[in-house]
Design a protein around this ligand. Structure first.
Ligand code: ZN
Length: 300
């Protein structure tokens, strides 16, 4: 059996068809995974994250404002999505999905979510298409339950994981690694434990070399109780919001390298899909499927 895949139909929210956020990629990704035989027993369906869970990583005032559909217009603009009921339902489902993927990773070794990686959401507000920081919430939930003592976030989305860095700044039990395009959004970077800012148009070989240099030694040094892997596909050369030049094969190799490094050390891994942008959702959804294929290939 391939590793469990978490999915919820609510991941696809209702926003205008012409919106630059490719919302339909979540629906299409699920279709591709079923067609590719990666969910023979169906998807695992998460419960939406509760307000109490969300408040483990976010200010309670912000959580309450989101759930009440009362986010101040300035923050709504920074998030870049219309904060309607379906977008809020999506944010809660995606966060619940990453919590569930993490629980499944602890019991099965490896699990993936078909959403998640909302790494620009900080403790006091969302930003950059991110409402709640699902990975941060999942880490805090598992820590509160005493199920993990340490966590490592391997964030390979092309944008810096500024929200995750901010939430865990000064937390010695959570290590954040961000491998991103230095000149890309956000303009104001936050300090991750380890930041690797890559030059524009970095290609497969240099990207994989940078990852290789940092990941294995880091895993050997800290041996975390769990790794959260943000497999954003926006480092791809054709991505509308990336600045790097990875190929499909490069992304696939990256996913394989990360999963093998982590699982080869018997550390549980929860994978989230992160960003991927463009007018045509088909190639983007196909790129997001690479993570789930890599997980299935490792599990054999
Ligand atoms: Zn991104």
């Amino acid at each position: 059996m391939p590793p469990p895949i978490v999915h919820h139909p609510a991941y696809t929210a209702d926003i205008p068809a012409e919106h630059r956020f490719p919302m339909q990629k979540y629906r299409r990704l699920a279709e591709i995974l079923v067609a590719d035989g990666l969910a023979p027993a169906g998807f695992v369906v998460p419960e939406p994250a509760s307000a109490a869970e969300l408040a483990l990583a976010h200010d309670r005032d912000y959580v309450d404002a989101v759930l009440a559909l009362a986010v101040p217009p300035a923050i709504e603009r920074e998030i870049g999505l219309p904060m309607n009921e379906t977008v809020v339902r999506r944010a809660r489902a995606a966060t619940g999905g990453t919590i569930l993927a993490a629980r499944l990773a602890l019991s099965h070794g490896l699990a993936t979510n078909t959403a998640g990686g909302s790494h620009h959401a900080r403790s006091d507000q969302g930003a950059g298409f991110c409402t709640f920081n699902d990975v941060a919430v999942a880490i805090r939930v598992l820590m509160a339950e005493g199920r993990i003592g340490t966590a490592l976030v391997v964030d390979c989305d092309v944008h810096q994981g500024d929200g995750t860095a901010e939430i865990f700044l000064g937390d010695a039990n959570v290590t954040t690694l961000s491998l991103h395009a230095e000149k890309n959004y956000p303009v104001r970077k936050r300090q991750s434990t380890i930041d690797i800012g890559l030059a524009d148009r970095t290609e497969d070989r240099a990207y994989l070399a940078a990852l290789d240099e940092i990941l294995a030694p880091l895993l050997d040094r800290m041996h975390p109780d769990i790794v959260f892997y943000n497999a954003g596909v926006d480092p791809h050369a054709d991505d509308r919001l990336g600045r790097l030049s990875l190929s499909d094969a490069g992304l696939a190799e990256r996913d394989r390298v990360v999963i093998e490094a982590v699982r080869g050390r018997s550390i549980p891994l929860a994978g989230v899909i992160g960003g991927g942008y463009g007018a045509d959702v088909e190639p983007i959804a196909r790129r997001h499927a690479l993570l789930h294929h890599a997980a299935a290939a490792f599990a054999g």
